[in-house]
Design a protein around this ligand. Structure first.
Ligand SMILES: *[C@@H]1O[C@H](CO)[C@@H](O)[C@H](O)[C@H]1NC(C)=O
Ligand SMILES: *[C@@H]1O[C@H](CO)[C@@H](O)[C@H](O)[C@H]1NC(C)=O
Ligand SMILES: *[C@@H]1O[C@H](CO)[C@@H](O)[C@H](O)[C@H]1NC(C)=O
Ligand SMILES: *[C@@H]1O[C@H](CO)[C@@H](O)[C@H](O)[C@H]1NC(C)=O
Ligand SMILES: *[C@@H]1O[C@H](CO)[C@@H](O)[C@H](O)[C@H]1NC(C)=O
Ligand SMILES: *[C@@H]1O[C@H](CO)[C@@H](O)[C@H](O)[C@H]1NC(C)=O
Ligand SMILES: *[C@@H]1O[C@H](CO)[C@@H](O)[C@H](O)[C@H]1NC(C)=O
Length: 398
């Protein structure tokens, strides 16, 4: 604007001084005019923006400030209602409470989940041994088991108890058995409900992602080695310990039913003790199996017992190389008859327990042999508890 006025003044160089003065006055006035107009426009714009701010933005700012600075409500909200992290990793990896409302079908579906990602998030995974007690009620050997677990980190083991529905295991809050009763159902020995209960124990144990080995025990079982020995033996083993053999007699092959064809052939048929020890991967396969299990439920009925045939046959068919084919639970069948020997108070001696721990024979362990063949033993009557407690520090070493 200044340049155009100077050009104009140059064009009219020959005009009189009066004209020149007038022109300058007009220039100054026009400058003033532009300046004042600018100021007015500026002020108007500022006022407009302020007004917009006042009406459109301030309410939000105020409500925002209210949320932060109303101390009574916010602090109380924060302390009273704790934020519940429904998807917390901790609760997912290590459920602390074993109670739930899942049906078996729902439980087995959840328990069969396998993380595709191998690395554990944030921390090293410490493998746990799950001790699963399938009981008919009380646990007479409880004090011996409590002594066995005493002093060992809870990160190394978990306890699960399947007892008749409604039975309340009365233990102190410090006991490893406290709050460890899983949702259970009625079990009739000799029927498929027994295998159902075993699978239910496995399913519940699998919900804890740290559980790596799964031992099935009864109320008449005792540990014959201390916890560190048992833990190391199981977690370092490349095989599971499920007895699985071909019995040509009527108590073995004689129980096979041709209706299981073509899925299960006679050459697949195996027998073994119910008291298994399973690696996590095999436990998952067992809870995930529906087809083979249904065949056993349908066609393995007395005198066929699914608890003696289902797992030994299933592992033989699909995981033979993962199984040691022997059991780590000692039992005495030497008396003959349908039931193994029961040991009472008068039968418990140093030498007897020592012979279970090591009788001079060797067993295969990984690619080597070991004198430790059995970690647990059955069957022990409640009266055997006191003499066993007497021996625990000397012979059993716990
Ligand atoms: C706290 O919030 C509740 C509604 O959530 C309201 O009724 C109450 O008046 C508020 N109290 C204070 C002190 O702001
Ligand atoms: C549980 O055991 C404690 C101590 O042994 C005893 O005092 C209590 O009465 C028992 N409770 C039930 C319900 O049996
Ligand atoms: C487990 O959860 C159930 C129901 O959610 C509750 O009644 C019970 O007290 C809990 N047990 C423990 C040991 O926290
Ligand atoms: C267990 O038996 C299976 C056959 O059922 C065999 O393949 C496997 O090698 C045996 N396991 C061991 C450790 O010998
Ligand atoms: C236990 O001891 C009793 C009496 O001493 C004896 O009759 C019985 O045969 C023993 N039981 C076993 C399984 O050794
Ligand atoms: C040791 O135990 C094994 C397995 O129970 C048995 O086969 C063997 O005969 C026993 N040996 C002795 C010397 O008692
Ligand atoms: C346990 O040992 C003590 C002494 O060490 C003895 O007095 C007691 O009779 C023993 N009890 C049993 C049931 O063996």
């Amino acid at each position: 604007m200044a340049r155009s006025s100077s050009r104009r003044s140059g064009d009219h160089r020959e005009e009189t001084d009066k004209h020149t003065g007038l022109l300058k006055l007009v220039q100054i006035l026009s400058f003033l005019l532009v300046f004042v107009a600018g100021v007015v426009i500026g002020l108007a714009a500022t006022w407009h923006i302020n007004r917009k701010m006042a009406f459109n933005y301030h309410p939000e700012v105020y409500s925002f400030v209210n949320h932060i600075s109303a101390p009574g409500n916010c602090t109380s909200r924060r302390t009273v209602v704790k934020p519940v992290d429904c998807l917390s990793m901790e609760a997912f990896l290590r459920p602390i409470n074993v109670t739930h409302g899942m049906s078996d079908e729902e439980l087995f579906w959840r328990a069969s989940m396998v993380p595709k990602k191998k690395e554990y998030p944030n921390q090293r995974r410490v493998p746990k041994v799950a001790f699963m007690f399938l009981t008919r009620g009380p646990l007479p050997m409880l004090p011996l088991w409590e002594r066995f677990f005493w002093g060992h980190a809870r990160e190394l083991y978990s306890v699960y108890v399947h007892s008749p529905p409604g039975y309340d295991l009365n233990v102190s809050t410090h006991s490893p058995f406290y709050g460890r009763q899983i949702p259970s159902q009625k079990v009739e020995w000799g029927t498929a409900t027994l295998s159902d209960a075993e699978r239910r124990l496995l399913g519940n144990g699998l919900l804890d992602f740290s559980n790596e080995r799964f031992v099935l025990l009864s109320e008449s079982c005792i540990p014959v080695y201390n916890f560190p020995t048992v833990y190391k033996y199981l977690t370092a083993s490349s095989h599971s310990f499920v007895e699985s053999y071909d019995d040509p007699s009527r108590y073995g092959r004689g129980r096979y039913n041709r209706n299981m064809l073509p899925y299960i052939q006679l050459r697949h048929w195996r027998k073994g003790s119910q008291w298994f020890e399973l690696h996590r991967a095999l436990a998952i396969s067992i809870v995930a199996d529906t087809n083979y299990y249904n065949l056993f439920c349908k066609y393995c009925r007395p005198a066929c017992y699914p608890d003696e045939h289902y797992i030994p046959t299933f592992l033989h068919m699909f995981y033979a190389s993962h199984n040691s084919n022997r059991t780590v639970t000692w039992v005495d069948w030497s008396m003959g008859g349908p039931h193994p020997a029961l040991y009472r108070k008068s039968n418990i001696t140093d030498d007897f327990i020592r012979s279970i721990r090591n009788n001079g024979t060797h067993c295969q362990y990984n690619s080597d042999t070991t004198s430790v063949c059995y970690l647990f033993a059955r069957k022990f009557a409640p009266s055997a508890l006191q003499p066993l407690l007497n021996l625990s520090s000397t012979v059993l070493e716990f």
